[in-house]
Design a protein around this ligand. Sequence first.
Ligand code: NAP
Length: 450
Amino acid sequence: MTKLRLAIVGAGPAGIYAADILLKYERAFDVSIDLFDQLPAPYGLVRYGVAPDHPRIKGIITALRDVLDRGDIRIFGNVRFGEDLSLADLKEHYNAVIFATGAVRDADLDIPGIDLPGSYGAADFVSWYDGHPDYPREWPLEAESIAVVGNGNVALDVARVLVKHPEDLMPTEIPANVEAGLKASPVTDVHVFGRRGPMQVKFTPLELRELGELRDVDMIVHDEDFDYDDASLAAIESNKQVFVINRTLQEWRTREVGQASRRLHLHWYAKPLEVVAGPDGRVAAFRYERTEPDGEGGVRGTGEVREVPVQAVYRAIGYFGSPLPGVPFDERHGVIPNHEGQALGDDDRIIPGVYATGWIKRGPVGLIGHTKSDAMETITHLVNDQASWWSPAHPEEDAIVRLLDERGVLWTDLEGWHRLDAHEVSLGEPQGRARVKVVPRDEMVRISRD
Ligand code: NAP
């Protein structure tokens, strides 16, 4: 029987779902899947993107783990595509590759002052508080007032972690350096800015409501933002999520405030203009133009410029994909150009054997579960494209292991992940926490390969 030797690059939900769907797919050939990740541990953004105080979402790991533990997928962690392995290497060893590398860096916000000291990308901050091995251990939490730009769930995650009292994060898996950093933060006020109105936000009702439950944090909203236009009223009528968001915000408008030691301010109709520097060259204020609804869900500028004094700015205006060596990349959208998951070359012709799934396929939108339908589409093409698969010179399963070993790559496998996982759980036990993450890459690799 023919065998499909498949490489998947990226062991986050997109890659694992793709593997799972292929294994369950009705097909006339055998399958053998190798899953590569540049990190020594699997689960991608579930481990390194979901906020530590969102255990419900982190719980997706249980389902992903079940897939890996079935034993019919090999994992090769700590392998960097483009450095340790090239596309040419994959062609030598596999019939096809699926890239599931996601989108992990911050989209650019092109305004003056965005590169000032004290101005940060939300994705970098998330990587810090989630203990990503490739980010600095120290994060400068020195600001009393902070601006967060954007109205998606990442903006709310960042604002919540910044404003929450660190003791309330203690039951989570945050690493020791993050605990120390947050405890030292002098923050009192976090301001979240949306460029459109409260009924045009991208975040979801549950994530908004959670803010109102933070201990000793007042929610501050402003009456001027609630003079709804027809488009906003129509959205409340027609969309359940918008309806619930409105209900939550209306409740906050009537809440008594003034007792809490920290405040979370929500501002709308605020188009970013500039991150303003102080005499010391660091962030001193966030300047924006007040916008107004255009009646169709969009906004237009009013010419009124406002400024809020802050000592730090976090932009949370979306993630962006990164190019992969030897693989086509759409610079404008930050994705691998593709037709339903089949990678496309310059002339829009399908590139045989190269596929994409998840955020690197469709851009950084949608919840984790949405990657399943994405994977199904990609896998359907992969299965039907049998005639154009690559013909590798070394399809035997040992060959790739030999290659990595010859190159001195300290790859980690599923057993290694189990060892690291058990180690992290044991670190958490004495403190009554689910786990404490190991952060340094070399330590992760050492424990995994022990
Ligand atoms: P997002 O949902 O696309 O939100 C991006 C936000 O940035 C929007 O409010 C957008 O405003 C704003 N924005 C974009 N460009 C801007 C600019 N130049 N100036 C000012 N504002 C700008 O992105 P995300 O928050 O990064 O989230 C990515 C995906 O992950 C989403 O699907 C999200 O739901 C998901 N996620 C989910 C959770 C959770 O379930 N708890 C947590 C984190 C992430 P406009 O709408 O006006 O464009």
